[in-house]
Every structure is written in C-alpha cells, then in structure tokens.
Design a protein around this ligand. Structure first.
Ligand code: PLP
Length: 380
C-alpha cells in the first residue's frame, strides 16, 4: 500500500487518464446518456452523486481514511445530517459528546429532537457516563476527534469499542485532525465525517463535506443523499480534488506552526490559558502523543483581560484575520461564543469551557515568525 502523501496525489485517479489529462477535467454535465442502470440510484444524473468528479473523490477519500467507500456532500453539515438520517429513525436515541461543533449541537437538539430522535450528551472521557446513558433504543455514539473549540481528546478507541460492544454505530467528526493526523477507522469507528470546507480542501474557497466508512453503510448514506439532494457541484469537486493533493504538506506545516505558537502563547504574560493537545499542560497530552501523528493547526486561548482583551486583540491583527472557519492558508481568529457556538445557551457555553473571551486560532500557512510577531504586537 502506498503512503499517505502518494495516496493524496494518485489514489482514485482514473486509469487510463481521460484523453491523457494529468488533472481530471470538470464534468459540468447534469445528466449522462442512458446506460443500463438497473436501479434508480445508478442512473447517471448529477444529483445521484455519480459524476466522474464524484467517483474520483469517493475513491481517494476512502483510501485516505482506510474505509471501503466514501461520499462527498455539499457541506460538512450535509455530511453530518445525511449520515445521521441514514442510520437513525424516529424513536432512536443518540449518545453524543458534550462539547460539539455548534451546528451539530443545533442539528441534534433543534432538528432531530422534533423528529423523535433524542440525544443524551455525555462526558466523552467518562465510560461510566456512556453506560449510564445507554438505552434499549440507543443507535448512535457521536463524537469529535478534537473538540471545537476546546481541543478535548476523548478516549476514542474506548468509544469505538463501547459502540461495537453494544451494537451502536460509532460516528466521528474528524475535521480538526484530517487523515494526516488521525485515521479513526483504524481505531474501530464505523463512520468518519468531515467538513471538507476546512483542511481537506484547505483553500477557504468552497464548502463541502465527506462521509467515509464500510461499503454497506456508505451506500445507505449515498441513497439518503440522493433523496435529500445535498450534492457537491462538479466545480467544487474539482477544487476539493486539487486541494487534497497538498493536504500532507499543508497540515504538517500547520502542526509545526501551531505547536510553536501554542508554546509561545502559553508563556506570554497576557495569556491566562492555552488549549492545545501538543502542550504538556493539556490534560490528555499523553493520549495525544499516543493516538495522533500531529497535534493539528487549531488552538484556543483565554486572555487575563477576558472579553475586552480578546476583542482588542482581534481588532489589532495585521496578518491574522477575524473570521470564522478554519483549515485554510490564511490564519483566522474568532470568538466561538460569537461565531461557531453563538447558537448555544450562554450558561451551556460556559459549562463547556467556552467563555465569552475564548479566542480560537486556526493557524495558516504564513511564516510562523510573522504570525508570532503579529500576535505579539496585537497583544501589546
Ligand atoms: N464540523 C466541524 C468540526 C466544524 O468546525 C464545522 C464548521 O465549522 C462543521 C462540522 C460544519 O461544516 P460546514 O460549515 O462545511 O457545513
């Protein structure tokens, strides 16, 4: 088997190449000549997620994550919602990690709950809480590799094992890690979801998602996606395929820069606390060393001056940009309480460790010395 950096470039690419083209062209066609499709889902029609641009991405992503199959979707939320709806029905119950991306939290509480699908939020690091939450109707255990924005790292192999033992589907959002830093299927997870908007595409120019797993489960997800219609456009497929080729070099540089900035911030007098799994002060640093190939390009921190100091910092940046999202070449900073997690009740946010002044930093691909100088002048 080829190694990850080679897979990024070559896995899933058509053989023979289309008219010799080294880069797969964009098939901007909504429909294809009728073949001998035996089944509705095999008809060659763009919404059915089977254009040449889709098929290459599906094969590439399946290889990268070590799954049998994959589907790409029109956004990360489309990947999460479609995968959940593919495995859940009314009356089912979800066990979910307490601190999740705000959009996922809103989906399970605001959209699935009214459909009769209840969720119990648990401390994903406490196996006794998982067992206490278990019901006869529990069908899904949902967690994130590194939580957004607090960078918690749960006992992920333990969660996958617990799910298998109790006949649950284990699903993990691995957006923050990317397959460069962690491959959940090798640790027992059934379904991996990504906001491909972030590291997988890596250029802050599309929204996209992906679901990877065993063939039978992914076929269920693809059929649900065919009905819900959250298909990724071929032009966005092309951009995602292009972005994926450089995932390894990008993420390794972001890992290195984030580790350097996290250490520097942790010793800065204006900084109260830094959340980063690569720092020995992180409560799960030993586990991060064991499970992850890199600690990632995301970190968060609190300033002694709280919200006022955080607002002043974001207003004083010259290189970093005050914007939501992550995983691109540009360094982005945001206040999760006002962006990704604005939809959560303030009391719940605080209980999850998301203070109003918590700053989330997505380290980009700029020179790390310039990023440090920018933070230094802005903190000053
Ligand atoms: N999962 C995580 C961890 C995210 O940070 C995000 C978006 O910020 C999503 C999922 C949703 O992805 P998208 O915005 O592509 O729908």
């Amino acid at each position: 088997m080829k190694r990850l950096d080679t897979q990024l470039i070559h896995a899933g690419e058509p053989e023979p190449r289309v008219r010799g083209a080294v880069v797969l062209p964009i098939f901007q066609s909504s429909t294809y000549e009728s073949g001998d499709a035996a089944d509705y889902h095999d008809i060659r029609y763009l919404r059915l997620n089977n254009s040449p641009n889709h098929e290459v991405l599906h094969a590439k992503l399946a290889t990268l994550e070590g799954g049998d199959a994959a589907v790409v979707t029109a956004s990360g939320m489309a990947a999460i919602s479609t995968a959940m709806l593919a495995v859940l029905r009314t009356g089912d119950h979800i066990i979910a990690q307490r601190c999740l991306y705000g959009g996922t939290h809103a989906l399970v509480t605001g959209d699935l709950e009214p459909l009769g699908i209840e969720t119990t939020f648990v401390d994903a690091d406490d196996p006794s809480a998982w067992a206490a939450a278990l019901r006869p109707t529990t069908r899904l255990f949902y967690c994130e590799t590194l939580t957004n924005p607090t960078l918690e790292l749960a006992d992920l192999p333990g969660i996958a094992g617990f799910a298998r033992q109790h006949g649950l589907v284990s699903m993990i959002d691995s957006t923050f890690a990317s397959p460069v830093n962690f491959r959940p299927i090798a640790h027992g997870f059934d379904l991996v979801v990504h906001s491909a908007t972030k590291y997988l595409n890596g250029h802050s120019d599309i929204v996209a998602g992906a679901v990877i797993g065993r063939a039978a489960l992914i076929e269920k997800v693809r059929r649900k996606l065919d009905h819900l219609g959250a298909t990724l456009d071929p032009h966005a497929c092309f951009l995602l395929q292009r972005g994926l080729k450089t995932l390894g070099v990008r993420v390794r540089q972001q890992n290195a820069s984030a580790l350097a900035l996290a250490g520097w911030l942790a010793s800065h007098p204006a900084v109260e606390h830094v959340n980063y799994p690569g720092l020995p002060s992180h409560p799960r640093h030993a586990r991060a060393c064991e499970l992850l190939d890199g600690f990632g390009g995301m970190l968060s921190f609190e300033l002694h001056g709280g919200l006022d100091a955080a607002t002043a910092l974001l207003g004083s940046l010259r290189i970093g940009i005050d914007a939501p999202s992550l995983g691109g070449p540009e360094t982005l900073l945001s206040l999760p309480a006002r962006s990704s997690h604005a939809g959560l009740e303030p009391s719940l946010r605080r209980a999850l460790g998301i203070g109003d002044g918590l700053v989330r930093l997505s380290v980009g691909l700029e020179d790390v010395a310039d990023l440090r100088d920018d933070l230094a002048q802005a903190l000053g």
